[in-house]
Ligand binder design. Structure first.
Ligand SMILES: [Zn+2]
Length: 278
């Protein structure tokens, strides 16, 4: 999108941009499920999902997908369980249309990186390097619940919107993909935590973290996992911090005492959603 500037004596630098920005804000807000927070959303969901399918596919092609049948089955089991919880939650709130274009996929990738992420549309990757920290099925549910929560809350789209504004001057994602394919791809990978081999990962904001913690706890509880496991998982993560090279997961997901204390406070709400595994 390119505007021809029409200078009049009343124009001051930046004002047309500001007006455009305000117009975009007004037209481009959506709200986060469960928390109800309204958020900036400049990129149509259809563009996000199409890009996700493409980037996820390319990521898998350039990675070694695990063939360890037991571990792969565990990732799929936990992922499918969280997916079921998310779908049930949205069905009960009459919001299923927000999930209609999801194409859920759960893959385990061979990598020493302590990391996991979920792209829009339910495209999840777990790295084998995080399995020693998740330890068991419930620990894995903490990580996958949390990452899927980031996707459900459309945090990536929100960050992409903010980054496109600052790095590419508000150019739309579709236009950016066409004119700056490499730059846009790197930006995408860094926003979704998949950028370890491509460049720096963008950390989630405190707000996004606490939102993903809250939603993730609810989804894992609905899937039949004890939400208390989230506290013990983040305590284990915090213990990793002192190591020689901090895990990739911690560069996007800082863990500290505040988070652990906040999780404790969220447990009573999450427990009301708990459903025994069938
Ligand atoms: Zn997070």
């Amino acid at each position: 999108m390119r505007r021809t500037p029409q200078h009049t004596p009343a124009d001051t630098t930046g004002v047309p941009g500001l007006v455009l920005l305000l117009a975009l804000f007004a037209a481009a807000c959506s709200s986060v499920p469960i928390t109800g927070r309204s958020q900036l959303s400049l990129i149509p969901a259809s563009t996000m999902l199409a890009t996700s399918v493409q980037q996820y596919g390319e990521f898998l092609k350039s990675s070694t997908v695990s063939t360890d049948a037991r571990k792969v089955a565990l990732v799929r089991k936990v992922g499918t369980g969280i997916q079921g919880a998310v779908e049930r939650y949205f069905r009960e709130k009459n919001m299923s249309d927000r999930l209609k274009d999801y194409q859920w996929e759960f893959n385990l990738v061979e990598s020493e990186d302590v990391n996991a992420w979920c792209m829009p549309g339910g495209k999840v990757v777990v790295y084998t390097g995080i399995l020693p920290v998740t330890r068991d099925e419930a620990g894995l549910a903490v990580v996958m619940g949390h990452e899927i929560a980031h996707a459900i809350a459309e945090h990536g789209s929100e960050r992409m919107s903010q980054e496109l504004l600052t790095q590419l001057g508000g150019i739309g994602l579709a236009a950016a993909l066409e004119s700056e394919p490499q730059k846009t791809r790197d930006l995408w990978m860094s926003v979704y935590g998949a950028g370890a081999t491509f460049g720096a990962l963008l950390p989630f904001s405190r707000l996004h973290e606490s939102e993903a913690d809250r939603l993730g706890l609810i989804f894992m509880a609905m899937a039949g996992y004890n939400p208390q496991e989230a506290v013990t998982f983040w305590q284990r993560m915090a213990a990793q911090k002192g190591g020689q090279s901090p895990p990739e997961f911690l560069s996007t997901h800082p863990s500290d005492e505040t988070r652990i204390a906040d999780l404790q406070k969220l447990l009573p709400e999450a427990r009301t959603y708990y459903r025994k595994p069938s």
